[in-house]
Design a protein around this ligand. Structure first.
Ligand SMILES: C[S@@+](CC[C@H](N)C(=O)[O-])C[C@H]1O[C@@H](n2cnc3c(N)ncnc32)[C@H](O)[C@@H]1O
Length: 207
């Protein structure tokens, strides 16, 4: 929590105002399947939730960092935010049509990933959809830093990252019917890294 609080209070809109490329693709799929009400765990300062609310989806975000939520209050006031950890879900008793989660699952260690995904499953209506985006084993930082668990490395101090193979990602969503998985390159430009490209893995699946 302190890691993210510091990053947002010092860096503001770290990844800029534009959504992740993956959010544009998720939006296309959400429209195709006529979803209306979306939950976004680890929503950050709202760069992706804004894309969804601009497209008239009803969006609820969950975010651990108060600083990120304070930015989102101006940047994307249409999204309702709950402040807290996704490990303490649910924050409401709603059932959602869809869940979009970008670059959060890989930050959790194995037991927490399983517990978080169980909570997501429970907050999704029957026949609801998930679109999750994670770091892949094709990332440049894979294997760097201290090894914490299988395919999990502390590539930055205090921030363990789990790098997903396709098989591993599907295994995490084995209770779902998997519709599609894939890799997507997403460019970013921030901090000491400067311009760089992430090789992200996504999964789109139905409950
Ligand atoms: C890599 S950032 C991605 C943010 C956002 N999804 C985006 O793409 O702009 C990960 C986000 O998850 C939040 N986060 C980390 N651990 C969390 C937890 N346990 N519960 C809720 N949010 C968490 C961080 O504060 C941060 O906003």
């Amino acid at each position: 929590m302190e890691y993210w609080e510091k990053r947002f209070s010092e860096g503001g809109k770290i990844w800029g105002p534009k959504p992740s490329k993956t959010a544009n693709y998720a939006l296309e799929l959400f429209h195709r399947h006529e979803l209306e009400k979306i939950l976004v765990p680890g929503a950050g300062y709202g760069r992706n939730t804004k894309l969804f609310t601009d497209s008239n989806l009803e969006v609820v975000g969950i975010e651990i960092s108060e600083s990120a939520i304070n930015i989102a209050r101006n940047f994307n006031p249409e999204t309702q935010f709950f402040q807290g950890s996704v490990l303490d879900m649910p924050f409401d008793d709603e059932k959602y049509d869809g869940i979009y989660c970008c670059n959060l699952l890989h930050l959790l260690l194995k037991d927490d990933r399983i517990s978080f995904l169980k909570k997501c499953y429970e907050q999704l209506r029957t026949n609801g959809f998930v679109f999750f985006v994670v770091f892949s084993d094709k990332e440049g930082s894979f294997g760097k830093g201290k090894r914490i668990e299988e395919n999990t490395y502390e590539s930055k101090p205090w921030r363990p990252t789990h790098y997903f193979t396709e098989l591993d990602l599907k295994e995490h969503f084995k209770e779902y019917s998997v519709i599609e998985t894939g890799l997507m390159e997403d460019s970013e430009n921030h901090g000491e890294l400067g311009p760089h490209i992430h090789v992200l893995r996504y999964i789109f699946a139905k409950k």
